[in-house]
Write a protein that binds this ligand. Structure first.
Ligand code: AP5
Ligand code: MG
Length: 268
């Protein structure tokens, strides 16, 4: 097995390698797992990556909130746990992800935002992606559509103090789901969305006490997931305290480098 070199914050500088001669537009992103603490910028980066590559951003937190708003059985099962800053049960979340990944818009790739966040979720996802790859090979689809690519994990690193500022300042547009921040990215006019004028809202779990519990849960259950992927051969870590466009550029450069090297390996 060939191990690709893990990519750090900065895109590779100097010189043009053979891999860099392939244009970015040729990149098929495949499965991307966005990891990071509450408020690290997963949603912000996930939306930007989805727009650049034309692939879906799948946020387990957003799907749970939509279910909560519609009063479904899933939403009711998760509501209390979310309000307390605890995780929803693995089997519920895995089932939700399985249903979403079965949609045809995931064929070229997808960004999983906030999933997996326990080791059992990571194991389930790896089995599920392996089965998906096998099914593609059996169907002979790999030749005609998209090759089955292994997942790349991206960890967005941000300090506790900055996370707290981001969480307490965050406001969301309930119509178009754009993310704002009263300190860092305020809307142009008062507290309404720049695009559709909808009054912005704060999430119920974006208060300091719940944030502290979310961080305890993150340290206990999700930090081991980050270490699991760090020990693997497709892991990117970025400094999430840089401006959002610089974070996006670092992530894109890392993903393109992995995918280009994979493509070149298959060519020779
Ligand atoms: P979820 O909705 O996933 O919340 P989270 O992980 O706590 O992350 P956030 O959405 O709070 O932050 P983010 O990283 O997306 O940051 P954002 O881009 O918004 O999960 C909520 C709950 O659902 C969980 O607590 C759990 O109960 C349940 N759940 C979800 N997934 C689950 C799973 N897999 N298993 C079990 N339960 C699950 O940015 C934050 C703010 O910072 C914004 O205001 C933004 O404008 C600003 N910002 C972002 N980037 C920058 C930057 N570079 N510079 C300056 N400001 C920035
Ligand atoms: Mg989010």
């Amino acid at each position: 097995m060939v191990t690709l070199v893990a990519v750090s914050d900065a895109p590779k500088k100097g010189g043009t390698s053979s891999s860099e001669k392939i244009s970015a537009s040729e990149t098929v992103p495949g499965p991307i797992l966005l990891l990071g603490a509450p408020g690290s910028g997963k949603g912000t980066q996930g939306k930007s990556m989805a727009a650049s590559w034309g692939i879906p951003q799948i946020s387990t937190g957003d799907i749970l909130r939509e279910n909560r708003a519609r009063g479904t059985a899933l939403g009711k099962a998760a509501e209390k746990l979310m309000g307390e800053g605890k995780l929803a049960p693995d089997d519920l979340v895995n089932k939700m992800v399985a249903e979403r990944l079965a949609q045809p818009d995931t064929a070229r790739g997808f960004v999983l935002d906030g999933y997996p966040r326990t080791l059992p979720q990571a194991e389930w996802l790896e089995r599920s992606l392996a089965q998906r790859a096998d099914a593609q090979r059996v169907d002979g689809q790999a030749e005609t559509t998209v090759p089955a690519l292994a997942a790349i994990a991206v960890n967005i690193r941000v300090s506790y103090t900055e996370l707290l500022r981001r969480i307490t300042g965050r406001r969301n547009c309930p119509t178009c789901h754009r993310i704002y921040n009263v300190y860092l990215k305020p809307p142009q006019v008062d507290t309404v969305c720049d695009v559709d004028g909808t009054p912005l809202v704060a999430r119920a779990d974006d208060v300091e006490t719940v944030f502290e519990e979310r961080m305890r849960v993150y340290d206990a259950q999700t930090a081991p997931v980050v270490e699991h992927y760090r020990a693997g051969d497709r892991f990117i870590e970025v400094d999430g305290e840089r401006p959002a466009d610089e974070v996006a550029a670092a992530i894109t450069a890392g993903i393109e480098r992995f995918r280009t090297e994979e493509r070149l390996r298959n060519l020779f």
